[in-house]
Design a protein around this ligand. Structure first.
Ligand code: PGA
Length: 279
């Protein structure tokens, strides 16, 4: 796992935006896994400003609330179109967001999984993290092998998201989310977290045991994970000085980069498998 700690969310976002932009330039038909919430908003603005070519990209979103219309101001369909897609030249047919209004939810979840496979799998999965360690809407005690399915939102998540809905009572109770097993199949996971409210979840995810009580800790099983943090979100990491030093001293070839951006380097000692350049 590559842990990148920057003084501010802006600094951490700059690095994440470069990772995504490098992938998009190197692999114009890449498959992106995208996230919603307040964390990636700055990243999306940074990508929009770069005027990249999105015409051949395919995108799969992590999750969507069940029972609210796509036009609802807090639906993730609305979020993605407003914050990202409408500012790019992405093809409508290449955008995939779970259908929270599907009449047959298990069937729509299975079909979502099949579409990811048919697209060739996700090259880069962007992730935020909940204050309880959830990724997507995989709440605490989610199976670490879970696939796309309906989840009941935890009280903490509904409380955390009440700020978007103008009251906890208005937050839906269910969501469709990619599973942890689905997320772990992405070739590269890019987790962003900012602010002191995320510090405990981040410490558990990176340094705690692998446990369904902190779903993000399952990322320890993945060979290519980059975590971009601001200092506040990193504050409870015991080894933060080590991570800072390790990242500061890394040569470019040693950093985790999306598969499409890796090329053999004469300086690269031995045969590093994709994503195996761990600190
Ligand atoms: P946030 O949510 O980006 O709004 O903090 C992250 C999450 O709950 O996954």
């Amino acid at each position: 796992m590559e842990i990148i700690i920057q003084p501010t969310p802006a600094g951490a976002t700059r690095i994440a935006a470069k990772i995504m932009a490098d992938l998009i330039s190197a692999k114009p038909a890449a498959v992106l896994g995208l996230a919603t919430g307040s964390t990636p908003e700055r990243l999306y603005r940074a990508l929009i400003a770069q005027k990249l070519d999105w015409s051949r990209l395919t995108c799969f979103n992590l999750d969507e609330y069940v029972g609210i219309l796509p036009e609802h101001l807090q639906s993730y369909h609305h979020f993605m179109w407003e914050k990202l897609f409408r500012h790019t030249n992405i093809s409508l047919g290449n955008v995939h967001i779970p259908d929270g209004l599907a009449s047959d939810i298990p069937a729509t979840c299975e079909s979502y999984e099949r579409k990811i496979v048919a697209a060739g799998g996700i090259d880069l999965q962007l992730l935020g993290i909940g204050t309880d360690g959830h990724i997507g809407f995989n709440e605490q005690t989610s199976s670490l092998a879970s696939r796309t399915r309906i989840k009941t939102l935890a009280p903490q998540t509904r409380k955390d998201n009440a700020r978007f809905f103008g009251g906890e009572e208005k937050v839906p109770h269910h969501a469709i989310t990619m599973g942890i097993g689905t997320i772990l199949e992405a070739r590269h996971c890019l987790l962003l977290a900012f602010g002191d409210k995320k510090a405990r979840a981040i410490a558990g995810a990176i340094e705690g045991p692998i446990t369904a009580m902190n779903p993000a800790s399952a990322l320890q099983l993945h060979p290519a994970v980059t975590v971009c943090l601001d200092s506040a979100a990193a504050a409870e990491l015991k080894l933060q000085e080590y991570y800072r030093r390790a990242y500061g001293q890394k040569s470019d070839w040693q950093k985790i980069r999306p598969a499409a951006c890796r090329s053999p380097s004469p300086k690269q000692p031995g045969k590093l498998a994709a994503g195996s350049c761990q600190i």
